[in-house]
Design a protein around this ligand. Structure first.
Ligand SMILES: Cc1cc2nc3c(=O)[nH]c(=O)nc-3n(C[C@H](O)[C@H](O)[C@H](O)COP(=O)(O)OP(=O)(O)OC[C@H]3O[C@@H](n4cnc5c(N)ncnc54)[C@H](O)[C@@H]3O)c2cc1C
Length: 390
């Protein structure tokens, strides 16, 4: 095989693309990862404001590909419980890991730290070629292979192209697949804080009139905030000096963690749901945010992407390499993922609409629903198990 010929070229080496390449590292497939920008360094004194709650299923995948055990335990925060509050007094839902018979519900990990570990492992994988600092310019597909032309004039060939290039996927655009996009008219504002009181491994979430506020535990006396709010609220938060931002966030969370101090300045991301009608074509498959996006209120975006990885890698490694881009093989991947993706998009969208609504009857309903669920241990156990295994 010439080194411009591959079985699989993965466009995009974010968490999902990098994890897929690693999941194929012991296969007979020759894999290339094309990434415009190598992940940034991960200085120990910096805390990334983009953090993920890693489900048990994602943890199992990361363990299989050798990444979980390479993470620095000092950068991982186990979550032992969740405290969810509605926008009326007494509307509360508490989850504890012990209720589900385990010690932790999830672990919080920083984006940059996980990305650095995945790339360190990729550099050691003998069948993976990393191609960085160059843009793809054209994609052509025929019955036998796909050809990817790069901006520096190189032409790469593969049996299968995987689009792991995020929510604005270039690969998806080359196929003229248009997602159905529902912008939430909301932004996710993220920042990290030192806390005055210990968080005891609890994640906290408030469904407020001005948006959904989440505090996720970080190692030590630190926490990471995601505040999903309107454009006007986002502008107001980003304009605040650090001390005032810390006071505003502390007050919004009823000072549950005492006084806060900003350690990673606030940044904002637009929130939208992308429903992609087709995630495979002959010789092409989409994974991760290229294939779907969800509202971050349930913290499941990257977990859905890791679910894509587990399924696609399972199918590809069980097939002969020459069948890697066959439409019928790829259709199996599409069918297997449909239910999990639709379910998660539906649940997150429904909750977002339910809580971002001024209607008084819906107001009663959502707060009553939280309080009722809190009194039904059986239902709570089911919800915990579903979220952990998502
Ligand atoms: C505010 C916010 C909070 C979130 N919180 C959570 C959470 O708590 N839990 C959770 O599970 N998810 C969360 N998410 C979602 C999560 O960030 C995404 O689901 C996840 O990053 C998707 O990973 P990905 O690898 O598919 O895409 P990306 O992370 O977007 O990676 C795409 C990669 O492709 C590269 N690329 C793009 N175009 C090209 C090209 N043409 N050629 C080559 N390379 C290219 C990019 O450089 C990038 O490295 C959150 C999202 C937001 C916005």
């Amino acid at each position: 095989m010439k080194h411009s010929d591959f079985d699989v070229i993965i466009v995009g080496g974010g968490l999902v693309g990098a994890a897929l390449a690693l999941a194929l590292r012991h296969s007979a497939l020759e894999v290339a990862v094309l990434e415009t920008a190598e992940p940034p360094a991960c200085p120990p004194e910096d805390w990334d404001a983009r953090v993920y709650a890693i489900s048990r299923a994602s943890q199992a995948l990361l363990t299989r590909i050798g990444a979980w055990q390479a993470l620095d335990p000092a950068r991982l925060a186990p979550v032992s419980g969740m405290r969810i509050r509605g926008d009326r007094t007494g509307a509360r839902l508490d989850f504890d890991a012990l209720e589900a018979g385990c010690e932790t519900l999830t672990h919080i990990v920083e984006n940059r730290h996980l990305q650095a570990v995945l790339w360190q492992k990729l550099r050691e994988a003998p069948n993976v070629t990393l191609i960085t600092a160059v843009q793809a310019q054209a994609l052509q597909i025929d019955a036998h292979r796909a050809a990817l032309t790069l901006a520096d004039g190189r032409c790469l060939h593969a049996r299968l192209i995987v689009g792991a290039d995020g929510a604005n996927s270039w690969v998806r655009r080359q196929l003229a697949i248009d997602p159905l996009t529902l912008p939430y008219q909301q932004f996710g504002v993220v920042a990290n804080f030192n806390t005055g009181k210990p968080h005891h491994g609890l994640a906290r979430q408030w469904f407020r009139k001005d948006g959904i506020l989440a505090w996720l535990p970080l190692p030590g006396a630190r926490m990471s905030m995601v505040w999903s709010c309107s454009a006007a609220e986002k502008d107001a938060l980003l304009a605040l000096p650090a001390e005032e931002l810390a006071q505003r966030v502390a007050a919004a969370g009823n000072h549950e963690l005492g006084q806060l101090a900003v350690i990673t300045p606030a940044q904002a991301f637009p929130l939208r749901l992308n429903h992609v009608p087709e995630i495979v074509r002959s010789r092409v498959a989409l994974v991760g945010d290229a294939a779907h996006t969800v509202h971050p209120l349930a913290g499941q975006g990257v977990n859905l992407g890791f679910g894509d990885v587990a399924t696609l890698a399972g199918i590809l490694t069980a097939e002969l390499p020459e069948r890697a881009g066959d439409y019928l093989v790829l259709r199996r991947y599409e069918r297997d993922r449909r239910e999990a993706v639709y379910l998660m998009q539906g649940v997150c969208h429904g909750l977002q609409k339910l809580f971002n609504n001024d209607h008084p009857v819906l107001g009663d309903l959502r707060n009553w629903g939280l309080a009722l669920t809190n009194r039904l241990p059986w239902l709570k156990r089911q919800l915990i198990r579903h979220a952990m295994d998502a």
